[in-house]
Design a protein around this ligand. Structure first.
Ligand SMILES: Cc1cc2nc3c(=O)[nH]c(=O)nc-3n(C[C@H](O)[C@H](O)[C@H](O)COP(=O)(O)O)c2cc1C
Length: 645
């Protein structure tokens, strides 16, 4: 058999024949229309995603009952009026050769918009772990109505041409809320011990099975473990799983986590390895006689193949990897694994964007096509332009890749002696190597596309006048801000970049000035070198939000590692072995200190802009050169500049 023989082996589930064992798991996009119907945006997205060739494509959450809607622009399946759109959705997946499953969902108490209206429901009147507001306890009548609604939505899915449905029993939504002792304290038959609390799930599965008949495949997505204090563990779940499966599940999709699980474990950050959750799938597999899907941080088809070969699971979900590169399977099959754009688990464009940026829809920080399929130009430019790109960080490289893809003549001019921009430094702190691998990959791709990268080249206005490019993309990043502090010239003072690239060795008792991402990550780096670190931040709240996975993990590592974060604190002066700070009107002296690391951030570097404006040369300022921000802003602006050439 060929390489990746386990991943590319077919599998049959009831009457559904899957060409391979790769699954696109459900991922909310918020690309539906305002009335929850399927429209062109969502179809364009799913059409592109389905080209991956994954055997099974599972839709994002589709709401089965209005009492469980998670908000506008979430797919609906609670009314027959949704059937025409659902038909188009399923047909789009079939046209690409895949099989389609609809994920049946009820948000329960985890619906912010229903909580705000006092309309959210849950098994018990206990507050949402995320939104802190309390739902109404479901009446027995509503429970019955919702159970039937799952069945009716499944019938709509079948009528719309879907090949299967997946009951969403995971991640802290209604069915997990029933399962969990943290959200279910009911005294009736839907409460009690774990088996009692599983009654709702069992009745939902039975309702779906009864509604769709024996042949139609029904998947169950479940969190193998809640991954939260006092939540259920896989060991608790395993004994009752055979009974759950007997109620009508043909596949168990073994996910992890609940609302409020620390560190966003459900879409795990880079700290977690590929397949970190597969051992739980295996535990489940040991007690059920239906196929089990493993999920969690799979990016490399070879890892998935190995997991299947070891018998840990029967199928593998690639979630964010699909968003990062919908062609990952095609490339793997063709032996071009080096061309796969591997997900870096930053969560900036996907899960954290749809959760924390109201009104947004899904994107990918490293793939400008995802979520923007209708804007994404696919035809080569009629009049190719010569474009100079100043700078080779994420913005410059993405601009170059997109410009070259569209047939323009792009050339990158980089002042430093190697390309990569800030990522060269950002990749140095713990668990960030993946960023370095990504930028190396991008540099390789850009070069393969024929883009010349001239390093050691500081662009001047005179060079532009002489070279006469049609357009210039300024992606030169930022310059370090040096705060005007007494004592800056003392030998113990250095900056974050000098520490990260090894020009300056870590001290023992270190003060980092600046608690933004650069300061926090540099402190994390110093911690691994044995330093004791105090971080001084002017703001009263940490600029690194703990609600993001990366922020949570970073704060935790620093706290556990004995580092101290002083908020609302300002450095007054640096002395030869001390730092004097002001905290809420009080003066404190930190001593002994043998190293002070400045990390107060960057300011935009767009010094060529005035020249370009004066000469009337077409130009774009993108990424940190327009204002220091995250990778997603850099790549998006770089791509959009190239698209508008
Ligand atoms: C943008 C986004 C939206 C998601 N929405 C859903 C969803 O609608 N239903 C669901 O069961 N899981 C959802 N998930 C979880 C994924 O299906 C998957 O389990 C998770 O991302 C872990 O897989 P990965 O590490 O391969 O990305 C979502 C994840 C992301 C990134």
């Amino acid at each position: 058999m060929s390489r990746l023989e386990h991943l590319f082996a077919p599998i049959r589930i009831r009457n559904m024949e899957l060409a391979n064992r790769a699954v696109m798991p459900p991922m909310g996009t918020w690309l539906s229309e305002d009335d929850a119907s399927v429209g062109d945006r969502l179809l364009a997205y799913i059409s592109r995603q389905a080209q991956s060739g994954a055997g099974l494509i599972i839709s994002e959450v589709a709401c089965v009952h209005p009492s469980g809607s998670a908000g506008k622009r979430h797919m609906g399946a609670y009314d027959d009026r949704f059937i025409p759109g659902l038909k188009q959705f399923a047909r789009t997946i079939h046209d690409a050769g895949g099989k389609a499953a609809l994920q049946l969902h009820h948000a329960g108490r985890e619906s912010f918009f229903l909580l705000q209206q006092g309309q959210a429901v849950g098994p018990s009147a206990l507050p949402s772990l995320v939104f802190r507001q309390t739902p109404n306890e479901m009446t027995p009548e509503l429970i019955e109505e919702v159970i039937e609604a799952f069945g009716r939505a499944a019938v709509r899915a079948r009528e719309a041409g879907f090949d299967a449905v997946e009951v969403h029993g995971a991640h802290g939504y209604l069915l997990t809320q029933f399962l969990s002792a943290l959200s279910n304290i009911r005294q009736d038959r839907y409460g009690g011990d774990l088996e009692g609390r599983a009654t709702m799930l069992i009745e939902v599965l039975a309702s779906v099975r009864k509604a769709v008949g024996d042949d139609f495949p029904v998947l169950l997505r479940i969190s193998a473990e809640e991954f939260i204090k006092d939540g259920y563990m896989v060991e608790d779940l395993v004994p009752i799983l055979p009974k759950i499966v007997a109620a009508g599940a043909d596949v168990i999709h073994a996910s992890i986590g609940t609302h409020g699980s620390p560190g966003g474990i459900t879409s795990a950050p880079q700290e977690y390895e590929a397949g970190f959750n597969a051992w739980r799938a295996q535990k489940i597999k040991e007690v059920v006689d239906v196929p089990v899907i493993a999920v969690g941080r799979f990016t490399d088809p070879a890892d998935a193949d190995a997991c299947l070969a070891r018998g840990e699971a029967d199928m593998i979900s690639f979630g964010r990897q699909q968003l990062a590169d919908p062609d990952y399977l095609i490339k793997a099959r063709a032996g071009r694994t080096g061309d796969i754009r591997q997900c870096i688990a930053c969560n900036q464009g996907c899960i954290e964007r749809i959760m924390f940026e109201p009104g947004s829809s899904v994107r990918c920080a490293i793939n400008p096509e995802t979520g923007q399929e209708r804007d994404y130009p696919r035809v080569k430019a009629a009049t190719p332009q010569t474009v100079w790109i100043v700078g080779s960080g994420p913005a410059g490289l993405t601009a170059a890749a997109e410009a070259a893809r569209l047939g323009h003549r792009a050339i990158i001019l980089e002042e430093a002696d190697q390309p990569g921009g800030q990522i060269r430094y950002a990749a140095r702190p713990p668990h960030k190597e993946i960023y370095g691998r990504w930028i190396d990959w991008l540099i390789g791709q850009v070069r393969d596309m024929g883009v010349e990268i001239k390093t050691g080249t500081a662009v001047t206005g005179a060079m532009i006048d002489e070279g006469r490019p049609d357009a210039v993309i300024l992606a030169a990043g930022g310059t370090k801000i040096v705060p005007p502090l007494p004592g800056l010239d003392l030998p113990l003072v250095c900056d974050a970049w000098q520490v990260l690239d090894g020009r300056v060795q870590a001290g023992t008792d270190v003060v980092v000035v600046g608690g933004g991402l650069i300061g926090m990550e540099t402190a994390d780096f110093l911690r691994t070198k044995g330093a004791t670190v105090v971080i001084i931040e002017m703001l009263k709240r940490s600029p690194v939000a703990k609600v993001t996975s990366h922020g949570y993990m970073l704060h935790k590592r620093l706290r556990d590692g004995g580092c101290r974060l002083m908020l609302g604190a300002q450095v007054e002066r640096i002395e030869s072995d001390a730092v004097v700070v002001q905290v809420e009107g009080e003066t404190q002296t930190l001593s002994p200190v043998d190293q002070v690391v400045l990390a107060v951030g960057m300011k935009p570097r767009d010094d060529l802009k005035a020249h370009l404006e004066a000469k009337g040369i077409r130009h774009f300022v993108v990424g940190d050169a327009a204002g220091p921000r995250r990778i997603i802003e850099a790549t998006e602006e770089g791509a959009r500049a190239a698209w508008s050439l």
